[in-house]
Ligand binder design. Structure first.
Ligand SMILES: C[S@@+](CC[C@H](N)C(=O)[O-])C[C@H]1O[C@@H](n2cnc3c(N)ncnc32)[C@H](O)[C@@H]1O
Length: 251
């Protein structure tokens, strides 16, 4: 029998144990990347049209982002290949006292069969785990209503070779691909998306401007210098969105 290429993804949440699951469920505040996650949420809430809208989150993990979207009033479906993650997502939802519309299903986003049902499809840190990202994007395309949009927040060029990714590949057998905007957009054009836009990842803009390094400046002029360097770094991000950044694709 052929080995299952998605076994690492299917088993990841079972392998990180109860503590790992609790940590993931308590995102964004439980995690060192808290600022990054909050930046994504800010960008999303700024971008999305106001509720009521239907959103599918592909590769939702334990569903923390889906649940924040649902608390804002969106009708959300979270989809993940990991049954353990989906069990946790449902438990997190059931623990909320608010009345929200959030459902979670264990399914492969490369074979998702829903059609013309959603205003938005989101991949947050999830498409780069695909075995076949083209199939995943084609399913997202089909899932959208006409005029709907896919929004991706994915790591770009260089992610696969990073030490953290190589560790995850060795330890858990998961996929850790480079998923730059230029690749996502090339696939999207083949699939039939009508328009596309790549923007800097919101966290990269935040990181360029709001720097811990300000604390180390000892003179006022040093602070001014660092400030302008930050503005330059933020601006430069605008021109690097082929390799790093978020993507919006319209059907
Ligand atoms: C790095 S995690 C991110 C989880 C979540 N989006 C978050 O931000 O915390 C990647 C997620 O993609 C899911 N995934 C990977 N391949 C998948 C597939 N083929 N179908 C559905 N989910 C998949 C994994 O199970 C995992 O939950």
């Amino acid at each position: 029998m052929q080995p299952d290429p998605k076994q690492g993804e299917r088993e990841y949440f079972a392998r990180i144990g109860i503590e790992g699951l609790a940590h993931s469920a308590a995102k964004p505040f439980s995690d060192d990347h808290c600022a990054q996650y909050l930046a994504v949420m800010t960008a999303l809430f700024a971008l999305l049209e106001s509720p009521p809208r239907r959103i599918v989150e592909f590769g939702c993990g334990v569903g923390w982002l889906s649940l924040y979207l649902a608390r804002r009033g969106y009708d959300v479906l979270g989809v993940d290949i990991s049954t353990d993650a989906i069990v946790q997502a449902r438990a997190s939802r059931d623990a909320l006292t608010e009345n929200i519309r959030a459902d979670f299903i264990a399914a492969d986003y490369e074979e998702f069969s829903g059609a013309e049902n959603f205003d938005y499809a989101i991949f947050h840190d999830a498409l780069h785990h695909a075995e076949d990202e083209r199939a995943a994007l084609a399913c997202a395309f089909r899932a959208l209503k006409p005029g709907g949009a896919v929004i991706t927040f994915e790591p770009g060029t260089g992610h696969h070779d990073s030490a953290t990714s190589q560790h995850a590949i060795r330890e858990f057998g998961v996929h850790e691909k480079d998923m730059p905007p230029k690749h996502i957009i090339r696939l999207a054009r083949e699939i039939g998306f009508k328009r596309w836009l790549s923007l800097p990842h919101p966290h990269d803009i935040n990181r360029a401007l709001y720097r811990r390094a300000y604390h180390q400046a000892v003179t006022p002029s040093e602070l001014v210098g660092r400030r302008w360097l930050s503005v330059f770094r933020g601006f430069r991000r605008m021109f690097r969105t082929r390799d790093q950044g978020m993507v919006i694709l319209w059907k």
